[in-house]
Structure formats: C-alpha cells, structure tokens
Design a protein around this ligand. Structure first.
Ligand SMILES: Nc1ncnc2c1ncn2[C@@H]1O[C@H](COP(=O)(O)OP(=O)(O)OP(=O)(O)O)[C@@H](O)[C@H]1O
Length: 274
C-alpha cells in the first residue's frame, strides 16, 4: 500500500530528517511518536506527496508518488489534518462532502449517493446531528470529528491522521481510537490502514500498533508498541524518566515522572522552552 525507503525529508535546503523507512499494508496501524518538532508532520506531508522528498522514494500502490496525480493519490490515501477554523463558513456536511471530490468528474456535483456516504460517515462517528451546523463555529473536537468523517467519506484504503485526538475530550479520544481500531478490522472498509501521530504513547498500546519512534527527524526505534515502547526508549526520546507499567487488566500505560526536571528541549531547530 505505502512504502518509503531511505527517505530524507525537509524544506528546500533545510533537512529535517533522514534514513526513514516504513511499510504500511492493509490492516496495519502505524503510530508516529516523538517530541514536538521532531518531523512527524513533515514526514506526513512527504508521504502524501505534498512535499518533495529530499532523497529516497515513496511508493503508493506500487508506483512512485511523484508519478501520480492528486486525484490518483486521493483514491488511495485520505489525510486528516489538525483541525483549524476555515475562513469561510461551510456546513459540516459540506466539509464531509469535500471527501468525495476526487470521485466526481471535473465539473461534477455530489449526487445522492455521495450525500448518503457523507451522512453515513458522520453517523458512524456519532456526529450526524452536526450536519447543518456552521463548521467554523464548532468546537475544536467537533471539527476534528468532521475531518475524520471527511476522510471516511473519501473511501481511501489508507488514512493518515495528524494528532487525531489532540483536541478531543477524554470520551471522544476513546471513541476515535475505537473507530481507528474498527476501521482496520472492518470488512466493510476492506481492512484499510491508518498512520497516525500522537503525543500519547498509551494510544499505541491501546491500538496494538506498530510504532515509529522519532527524535530529531531520525528513527530511534521501530516495531510493535510492546517491543519499542520501553522505559529506556521513552525516557531517551522525551528527556524525562518514563516508566511503562502494566495494569491489572493487562494493558500497558506510560507514566512520566513528575519530579522537577531540567527544562524540556523541543527538538531540531525549533524553540527551546526556558
Ligand atoms: N514550512 C517550513 N519551512 C521550514 N521549516 C519548517 C516548515 N514547517 C515546519 N518546519 C520545521 O520543521 C521541523 C519539524 O516540524 P514538524 O511540524 O514536522 O514537527 P512535528 O513533529 O509534527 O511537531 P509537533 O509534534 O509539534 O506537531 C520544525 O523544526 C519546524 O520548525
């Protein structure tokens, strides 16, 4: 489905990361973890063909992504960005219908089938009641769910989500994680795959995901959450003592030390918090 080899990422002459390798197949969940500024969004933009790789290759559906049109890419991969308020007012349903764009002709208008698919996607996420609300006036969490519904309406076999739970409340975080788990198992979606970034390593355990743990644009560890997320690797990447514990129900959780630390450093050439 998606394969990246020897990938260097960045902006013009500014290299943000290098030596990145990943393969995603139907039914996979790949979780990108790493500190602020380590290059997760830059990697996403490169994998989506929105940003040229500085070197290396991204193959989507067996073809170089650079050789494919936006419409071809959109048939294969949907992107859920972090939610921002748009400058123009749209109904939430219209935003979800935008997921159908690549399936319409050049001047095509969404038809009854497209509307049904968009409504289904909203119902599936429990936000059918928001269909006619002004998207720009929804809460951050509601907007995030609308963008996830837009990706579902796109019916692409791979969904890339940039911090999909960032602005969601506790309950909606669990709901979205459950949807992600359901998507990759669901026969109706023919076992799609999901790549997501998160700042919460517990989510990688909850999803039983594959993990790419990054720091300064470089892979620190890669493999199943259970192999990769250890006290040592998390402490190293986040610069604070972290302990991975197992709950009485057998689930693993990551507990950062709250003892006073020296100031955390945001990686790369980004800010350093004093
Ligand atoms: N358009 C750009 N031009 C140059 N540098 C950029 C650009 N956008 C981002 N960067 C830099 O690239 C680095 C990686 O940023 P990126 O957004 O990929 O990190 P991230 O891991 O997604 O961070 P976060 O977890 O905070 O969202 C940062 O140092 C950032 O300042």
């Amino acid at each position: 489905m998606l394969k990246a080899q020897s990938l260097s990422i960045g902006y013009g002459k500014t290299r943000i990361g290098s030596g990145l390798e990943l393969t995603v197949q139907s039914g996979d969940i790949l979780c990108l973890l790493g500190p602020n500024g380590c290059g997760k969004t830059t990697l996403f933009r490169t994998l989506l063909g929105l940003l040229p790789a500085l070197s290396g290759t991204v193959m989507l559906g067996g073809k170089p992504i650079t050789a494919q049109t936006r419409a071809e890419i959109a048939h294969q991969v949907a992107y859920v960005p972090q939610a921002h308020a748009p400058p123009f007012p749209f109904e939430a349903l219209e935003v979800v219908l935008m997921g159908r764009t690549a399936r319409l002709g050049l001047f095509g208008q969404p038809g009854r089938n497209d509307r049904a698919i968009a409504r289904n996607a909203m119902d599936r996420l429990g936000i059918g009641g928001l269909a006619h609300r002004d998207y720009s006036r929804l809460s951050g969490g509601q907007r995030q769910l609308v963008l996830i519904a837009r990706a579902l309406a796109q019916e692409a076999p791979l969904i890339v989500m940039d911090e999909p739970t960032a602005s969601l409340d506790f309950g909606n975080q669990a709901q979205v994680l459950a949807q992600i788990a359901g998507l990759v198992q669901d026969v109706a979606t023919r076992g799609c795959a999901v790549i997501l970034s998160t700042h919460n390593p517990d989510q990688a355990f909850a999803l039983n995901a594959q993990v790419l743990l990054m720091k300064d644009g470089v892979r620190q560890a890669q493999g199943s959450a259970h192999e990769v997320l250890t006290d040592a690797s998390l402490s190293n990447v986040y610069g604070i003592p972290v302990s991975v514990e197992t709950t009485s129900s057998g689930r693993k959780v990551c507990l950062p030390s709250l003892a006073c630390q020296s100031a955390p450093t945001i990686t790369s050439d980004a800010l350093t918090i004093a």
